[in-house]
Design a protein around this ligand. Structure first.
Ligand code: 5GP
Length: 203
């Protein structure tokens, strides 16, 4: 492997099982890191500053926007979320692959701005299963569940923005599929040949 690392931009509706899937991929492949976003939402129980997110006030977030610190940012459920240039440029320039978990508006911005990034959409097996999963969490009221389902339908309309689609009906298979997407990128010809040029003459 040689050259800069790749940014893998991963989106999918709430309830598609993204966090579990990404947790498994990160635990399996030591060559890939998770990009830590900024957000104005409050930390959930168990979330750690600098590990899950950089938690910021609206004012702090706005200052970062004004300084041009973000490569993308978006509003989602009344909170702001953004990826700092630093979060992406540091690790990828050191040759590390990076997973950016962003919603679709952020992914659309990254499509324009991040050369060479790979876009992966995580799908629930069906809208019925998505609804069951959202209800199964037991933590959200009816109006929030209806809002999340509406949002999921909207996000599905943006799916053509993505290069790969992983259907998360079986977590083990979905994990393998995402690992394969990452692995395939690493063996693309133009990434491999520079590392072989001292031993082979490719003409
Ligand atoms: P949550 O509040 O559940 O952690 O995240 C809500 C949504 O925001 C998820 O769809 C997640 O992928 C998205 N998100 C997390 N970080 C970022 C970011 O840096 N930029 C954008 N655009 N979306 C993000």
């Amino acid at each position: 492997m040689s050259g800069p690392g790749t940014a893998f931009v991963v989106s999918g509706p709430s309830g598609a099982g993204k966090s579990t899937l990404l947790g498994r991929v990160l635990a399996t492949d030591p060559g890939v890191r998770f990009s830590i976003s900024h957000t104005t939402r409050a930390p959930r129980p168990g979330e750690v500053e600098g590990r899950h997110y950089h938690f910021a006030t609206r004012q702090e977030f706005q200052e970062l926007i004004d300084r041009g610190a973000f490569v993308e940012w978006a509003e989602y459920n009344d909170n702001l979320y953004g990826t700092s240039r630093q979060a992406v440029e540091g690790p990828t320039s050191e040759g590390r692959d990076l997973i950016l978990e962003v919603e679709v508006q952020g992914a659309a911005q990254l499509r324009e701005r991040l050369d060479g990034a790979i876009f992966v959409f995580i799908m629930p097996p069906s809208l019925e299963v998505l609804e069951e999963r959202l209800r199964g969490r037991g933590s959200d009221g009816e109006s929030i569940i209806v809002k999340r389902l509406e949002r999921a339908r909207e996000e599905l309309r943006q799916i053509r923005l993505y290069d790969y689609v992983v259907v998360n009906d079986d977590i083990e298979r979905a994990t393998q599929e995402l690992l394969h997407v990452i692995g395939a990128r690493r063996v693309e010809r133009d990434r491999v040949l520079p590392g072989l040029a001292d031993r082979f003459d490719f003409g």
